[in-house]
Structure formats: structure tokens, C-alpha cells
Write a protein that binds this ligand. Structure first.
Ligand SMILES: [Zn+2]
Length: 257
């Protein structure tokens, strides 16, 4: 049997095994069906570069967040999450959102969704009627090395160095879009329990618009500008990750027997 035929036959076998398990056990079994133990010790092909973004629209339901007149932070964050999700999906990025409607979510639920996604970037979306432009916050936890078991409440400590990197990419993209950006470190219960590179993005009014705070935040043009800049930054973040993995593969390839 030639190598190509062997590849083809084992590939088909793997596919058939996966299908069989899928039929018997449902979609949950797909991962199991592809593990080496299930496919008789064969080593599965290395997974392709996976890039997932989590968008957490803060507040919701009983928790309105900031509010003034008809404006609520919970509605703003959901609208921004929907807008940003569309932009990212249009560019082929897998997006996981913590909520798609006006519902109350506990911090633990947001973190469970985020950590289950094993994302390369998590944005916790907020809005503020005071201040100007976009405020970026990274957890104030001191960085620690990744360990097998990390306390839930301080899980972000293992990712905080990468979170600072992500904040830097967001900062420059927002700045290039002509937006005022401030960077800060603070204790954020939702972000502090995330295991992904995570940044809280708080959108404040655009002072150059001449509008009131709520008018500025309701301005579709302003929302689009912020969302486009965030999407651009996440694309750049993905490019960085992909170029690293490509280098890793080519380095390994160069030394392969
Ligand atoms: Zn908020």
C-alpha cells in the first residue's frame, strides 16, 4: 500500500469511526471519537490553528448597569456584542457570546462559558456615561505560571501577561481609529476568573462629537467605529498567534528526521 493509499484508508476509517460514535452518542462523542485511544492508537493529525473569541456583554436582565433616561448600559453592551460578533464572523473568526438577549447572568456563568470556550481572546464589554473614548482594563492580579490547578477566583493570574499584550494591540488599533484610549489595571470579578487573555472594554462618549453622553453612545456611527477598531485588533491578535504557530511548525519541519 502506498503512503497516499494508507493515508486515505486510515482517514476514511477515522471518519467512519467518528460517524458511528456520533450516531450512537450524539455530538459530544466527536471529540472522544478522535482521541487516539478510540481510534486504536493512531496519532490524529495535529489540529489546525484554532482561534476563538469570547464576547461578554456585561450586565443584563435585573442588572441594568449604568443608566440615564432611556439609555441602559446592558442594552449598549448587548448591541456592541452583536455588532462585533457579526464583524468577526464575517472574517471567519469563531465567536462565543455569554448572552444573546436581555437576561441576568451571574459572574460564575459568564466565566463558565468563557473558560469552556478555551478562547484566545475574551472581551468583557461595558459602557460608561463619564470619561471619554475607550477605557481598557486588565486584571490587577500579579502574573503566575500556569499550574495544573488554579483557584477559580484568580484564574486570570495565569493569563495576565497575555492580557496585557492583548490590551496593547487593542490600544493601538483604537488609537489609530482616532479614539481616545486609557489603559488601567483593576480588580474585576468576571475577568479575574477567566483563563483566556482578557480585557474589559468600557466605551465612554466621544468628546469630539459635540453630543450629550447618551447621544454619543447611541450614535450608530460611533458604535460602528469602536466595533471596527476592536475587530481589527482581534484580527491582528489572530495573525500574531498564527504566525507563531507557523514558525513553530516550520522549525519542527526543519529538524524532522
Ligand atoms: Zn459595566
Amino acid at each position: 500500500m502506498s503512503f497516499a493509499q494508507f493515508e486515505k484508508s486510515t482517514g476514511l476509517r477515522r471518519f467512519a469511526t467518528a460517524n458511528l460514535f456520533r450516531r450512537i452518542l450524539g455530538p459530544v462523542s466527536i471529540f472522544l471519537a478522535l482521541t487516539p485511544s478510540v481510534i486504536g492508537g493512531q496519532t490524529p493529525a495535529p489540529p489546525g490553528p484554532r482561534f476563538v473569541v469570547v464576547l461578554d456583554a456585561a450586565h443584563g436582565g435585573d442588572d441594568t448597569g449604568g443608566h440615564s433616561g432611556n439609555w441602559t448600559e446592558k442594552a449598549f453592551t448587548l448591541a456592541l456584542s452583536v455588532r462585533l460578533r457579526s464583524l468577526l464572523q464575517a472574517r471567519g473568526i469563531e465567536v462565543v457570546t455569554t448572552r444573546e438577549q436581555d437576561e441576568t447572568l451571574a459572574a460564575e456563568q459568564r466565566d463558565a462559558i468563557s473558560n469552556h470556550a478555551q478562547a484566545q481572546a475574551c472581551l468583557s464589554l461595558h459602557a460608561s456615561l463619564s470619561g471619554s473614548g475607550v477605557h481598557l482594563f486588565v486584571s490587577s492580579l500579579a502574573p503566575v505560571q500556569a499550574a495544573r490547578f488554579v483557584p477559580w477566583k484568580t484564574a486570570q493570574a495565569t493569563a495576565v501577561a497575555r492580557s496585557l499584550g492583548l490590551a496593547g494591540v487593542l490600544n493601538s488599533a483604537l488609537g489609530q481609529a482616532g479614539l481616545n484610549v486609557t489603559l488601567g489595571r483593576t480588580a474585576l470579578p468576571v475577568v479575574d476568573s477567566m483563563t483566556c487573555p482578557a480585557v474589559a472594554v468600557e466605551v465612554a462618549p466621544d468628546p469630539s462629537s459635540g453630543e450629550t453622553a447618551t447621544e454619543s453612545l447611541n450614535d450608530a456611527g460611533y458604535q460602528a467605529k469602536v466595533a471596527e477598531a476592536l475587530a481589527g485588533a482581534l484580527l491582528e491578535w489572530r495573525q500574531n498567534g498564527l504566525s507563531e504557530s507557523v514558525h513553530e511548525v516550520s522549525r519542527k519541519g526543519a529538524h524532522a528526521p
